[in-house]
Design a protein. Structure first.
Lengths: 113, 112
């Protein structure tokens, strides 16, 4: 079935270094991917989502590119900030049955001074 | 700005009791969801409703039953809670076809 894989459970970085969080997916239909971020004691909220026209979505310095050839939608940022520390979920809207978004297991990003 | 409201924020109960959680959205969306976030932060879909119709019903125990009175409300009842039901239950809403999800702040359930 449709699924999302995030291989890193925890990523620790020093402020100012680049960020890359991995996300790969399996999708029966044309994929539509999301990145959600959840800060401590808050609800998950959308960070960015893929476009159908191959544009690269960007938000708050983060960007991700959908690569259908490798089934990936990695999240990147050129320079980590302390405030980026949070739990990041990659998610996939499934084509089968609609109205369903499945989430990866999440990657916790910890940025230190 | 919060637009998906969940009550209660926390609930502690004993094994075998019945609990109910409420969710309301003021975004005018037509689709609502229940997700379970466990202690390892895994986020799993349980149900989704579109215009009061059940659309997605994942493999959850039969003691879980959702209820929707209109497209702005989606409640969740657990008939006889078990220890493994301890989790955060997140309600979300979106326009149809699973566009961007807007989550509520969650209900943390603890089963003793």
């Amino acid at each position: 079935g449709d699924s999302v894989t995030q291989t890193e459970g925890l990523v620790t970085l020093t402020e100012g270094l680049p960020v890359m969080l991995n996300c790969t997916y399996q999708s029966t239909y044309s994929p539509f991917l999301f990145w959600y971020v959840q800060h401590l004691n808050e609800a998950p909220k959308l960070l960015l989502k893929s476009f159908t026209d191959n544009k690269r979505p960007e938000h708050q310095g983060f960007h991700a590119t959908l690569h259908k050839s490798s089934s990936s939608f990695h999240l990147q940022k050129s320079s980590a900030q302390l405030s980026d520390s949070a739990l990041y979920y990659c998610a996939l809207r499934t084509g089968t049955g609609g109205y369903k978004v499945v989430f990866g297991s999440g990657t916790r990003l910890l940025v230190s001074p | 700005e919060t637009a998906v409201f969940q009550t209660p924020n926390y609930h502690v109960t004993q094994v075998g009791n019945e609990v109910s959680f409420n969710c309301k959205q003021t975004l005018g969306h037509d689709t609502m969801y229940w997700y379970k976030q466990d202690s390892k932060k895994l986020l799993k879909i349980m149900f989704s409703y579109n215009n009061k119709q059940l659309i997605v019903n994942e493999t959850v125990p039969r003691r879980f039953s959702p209820q929707s009175s209109d497209k702005a409300h989606l409640n969740l009842r657990i008939k006889s809670v078990e220890p493994e039901d301890s989790a955060v239950y997140l309600c979300a809403s979106s326009y149809s076809s699973a566009e961007t999800l807007y989550f509520g702040s969650g209900t943390r359930l603890t089963v003793l």
